[in-house]
Design a protein around this ligand. Sequence first.
Ligand code: FAD
Length: 518
Amino acid sequence: MASYNFLSQVHLIVITILIIITLLTPITTNTSPQPWNILSRNNFAGKLTTASSSVESAATDFGHVTKIFPSAVLNPSSVEDITDLIKLSYDSQSSFPLAARGHGHSHRGQASAKDGVVVNMRSMVNRDRGIKVSRTGLYVDVDAAWLWIEVLNKTLELGLTPVSWTDYLYLTVGGTLSNGGISGQTFRYGPQITNVLEMDVITGKGETATCSKDMNSDLFFAVLGGLGQFGIITRARIKLEVAPKRAKWLRFLYIDFSEFTRDQERLISKTDGVDFLEGSVMVDHGPPDNWRSTYYPPSDHLRIASMVNRHRVIYCLEVVKYYDETSQYTVNEEMEELSESLNYVRGFMYEKDVTYMDFLNRVRTGELNLKSKGQWDVPHPWLNLFVPKSQISKFDDGVFKGIILRNNITTGPVLVYPMNRNKWNDRMSAAIPEEDVFYAVGFLRSAGFDNWEAYEQENMEILKFCEDGNMGVIQYLPYHSSQEGWVRHFGPRWDIFVERKYKYDPKMILSPGQNIFQ
Ligand code: FAD
């Protein structure tokens, strides 16, 4: 009896403590509330949808390794639609996340908005307006939802062209300016983000601003390479030049990595040399051609494959010289001189002569080919890195000749090419290594739905190799699973990134799929 009384007294005390704790604990609000209640009172003239087909397609991206569902998708037809949506979230007590989605060609859910709203930027495209070329000003004003291929088609009508590109042109202007936009022209003209003169941006407070290096400059530099964290770009003014007509497109094969990089570095140090320079790695699995480029004459495939077999890892230098009527007579001589100066394996030089458009749009053929075989919408566990020049040889030994050969699973293009740091701008948000020259390295794999995790493992192994070796490697198109990863990613620039976030998106509404602040 005594023990029963003691037990019930203990029970009473425990229950009383629990009640007190419950009363003292503040009611926690859901940090990612269902925005639908607020949104359904503002129907955006039918532009907001929860249709499962829209939500389903906004949940995934080109990477096909994440599925992150929004509550709704906004199909805006005007800047005001987006401004209203952001304001609605910003002014609400329980604000909801939202993300601009360009062409959804991210590979890791970067354009997603879990339980929030995905803004389908492509619905803004109006064929009658949205791209205005200024012949006298040598620039194009373009709505950020347009694809680069559409910009190119339009500017070429007037014989003009942007100068800095991505390898693949079916990406939106807003999407690549949020990252950087790099390709073989970057060493010479800088990434796409350094070729922007002006932008219109809607901040995370729903305020619209025109910005440039002289006007609202902090916002301008924050947004460029800003991973969608500070505002939604609605218009960008891009520099133009007179378009060349054709491209001499050469490839050279190397078996010695140091010869390969020495030639690459020498070529990018010249201001009047080639117009485009990239490079790639071939390992002893897979054919020499891939979706990114069908280039080699089929009659040479065996010869190249046997060279790869013999050496296990070989390298390809790729250069282009543009030309037109005025330079057509000198371009051959120039390229001959150039090839003589290179230390490639003699007998392994390839040449093509194509139109400027065909060169810039070279990846499209591979895309259409894969699409026709149902091999485009598959998982893409990509990894893109910036490797300082001083570490590239160690990277070759440890990764190309180490991890990649050992695991024997990497398929698809592996890119490696250098760029000059002085063509970037430190005020921009994009993170790059400290050295004057650094390499872009891209593992652009296609995988199966049942085996992509093995590639992800390999990515982790490569990242660990770089981290353990303290190599100063930085991810491009970055993904970090924790905030510590982001702090390391931005290094000394993390504080300014955070400061800008509080300034332009204090409620942390924008682009939550980047996984930086949420
Ligand atoms: P999305 O994936 O839709 O969005 C990317 C990020 O930007 C998201 O965080 C999104 O919220 C944000 N965002 C989108 N639009 C806006 C906007 N208007 N304002 C503010 N934020 C916005 N990159 C290179 O640099 N060079 C290459 O050569 C290259 N080749 C590629 C080839 C292929 C086949 C693919 C799939 C990708 C390639 N990329 C390359 C990567 C590509 O640049 C990025 O993934 C880019 O973000 C894709 O653009 P998108 O329009 O699909 O953007």
